[in-house]
Design a protein around this ligand. Structure first.
Ligand SMILES: NC(=O)c1ccc[n+]([C@@H]2O[C@H](COP(=O)([O-])OP(=O)(O)OC[C@H]3O[C@@H](n4cnc5c(N)ncnc54)[C@H](OP(=O)(O)O)[C@@H]3O)[C@@H](O)[C@H]2O)c1
Length: 299
């Protein structure tokens, strides 16, 4: 089989499309013939060596495809599935534990399904597992047009929250179209001043954005961070709960979100669909930091 293999850390050019051994699924695992994968920023952070990884490595988490061989109770050869590929997703065949995948609804494409796992699970868990967002609350979402953010805006709006999206000017119309009642252009506006008191802030950006978001959260509110460290001291001084989230795979949540997409309640934005052989180009695009929605790799 072919896969995109990284033998060393560095520029996108270290991603090499080459022949490699097909993985053998262990007990409780399925082998997936991959139709689509997606790129998450963590992939290029591994590639850069910012996060250590054993080499050689096949990068990527998100896959959608067809079960080629099942050694798991709930899945059979021929099932259309999507989820997280434990051994890497930038490949023609991925082996993964069945607990990390779910059945792909027929109404959604492999490209849409591959966009969901990491980004949508992270958004879902930030809003509902951590912040316990409720109807009528105000949610301030940074990186609102990004992979995670564009799901978060839709989930929060559908839960009945008033959503304030943050992004650059070119994304305003897009984010409002996803359900945001208000939009703050971080390139020209003071975020805390424009947002007022919010119940929940979702920081998908980190660094300076964290400092900008914190003063907007009311005492007793919560800020959930997925990039960067929580500002624990400043948060507690303001009576704000600050939590760092590391996404946990959940096949139940995957199935629930896929149904929302299949029913037309959630839109999956695909920035670009790129052949697997051109994974290096996809990485360069993701690393630019201004993707709208998700970048998909097709096999
Ligand atoms: N902890 C976890 O479990 C977890 C899970 C998933 C992702 N993450 C992390 O979360 C981050 C976001 O992931 P993603 O997939 O949503 O990334 P993404 O698709 O690349 O989205 C990036 C977004 O950030 C915005 N942005 C870039 N620079 C900015 C700045 N200086 N100020 C304000 N906004 C800025 C962009 O908005 P504009 O284009 O409008 O400027 C864009 O919408 C990444 O660091 C990723 O590694 C963590």
């Amino acid at each position: 089989m072919h896969a995109v293999v990284m033998h060393e850390t560095g520029d996108p050019g270290v991603l090499l499309y080459e022949e490699t051994a097909r993985p053998q699924p262990g007990e409780g695992e399925v082998l997936i013939r991959v139709r689509a994968a997606s790129v998450n920023p963590i992939d290029w952070k591994y590639r850069r060596g910012y996060i250590p990884k054993d080499l050689p490595a096949i990068l990527g988490n998100d896959v959608s495809g067809t079960v080629e061989l099942s050694r798991a109770e709930w899945f059979s050869a021929g099932d259309q599935v999507f989820g997280i590929a434990a051994g890497g997703a930038y490949t023609e065949f991925a082996s993964t534990p069945s607990a990390l995948i779910a059945i792909k609804p027929a109404a959604i494409s492999h490209e849409q399904a591959a966009a969901i796992p990491v980004a949508a699970l992270t958004a879902w868990q930030a809003l509902f597992d951590r912040a316990k967002l409720e109807q009528g609350q105000t949610a301030l979402i940074a990186g609102a047009a990004g992979g995670v953010g564009h799901f978060a805006v839709q989930f929060a709006a559908q839960a009945g929250a008033r959503v304030i999206g943050i992004g650059s000017p070119r994304n305003e119309e897009f984010v409002r179209g996803l359900g945001a009642a208000e939009y703050i252009d971080y390139t020209s506006q003071d975020v805390a001043e424009a947002a007022g008191d919010v119940d929940f802030a979702f920081d998908t950006v980190g660094a300076e954005m964290t400092q900008t978001l914190l003063p907007a959260v009311r005492s007793g509110g919560v800020i959930v961070l997925i990039a960067g460290a929580p500002p624990e001291q400043e948060a507690s001084a303001r009576g704000v709960r600050a939590e760092r989230l590391i996404m946990s795979p959940s096949s139940d949540q995957l199935a629930h979100i896929a149904k929302l997409v299949a029913d037309g309640e959630v839109h999956v934005e695909i920035a670009e669909t790129i052949p697997l052989q051109e994974a290096a180009r996809a990485h360069a695009l993701s690393e630019s930091g201004h993707t709208r929605g998700k970048i998909i790799l097709t096999v």
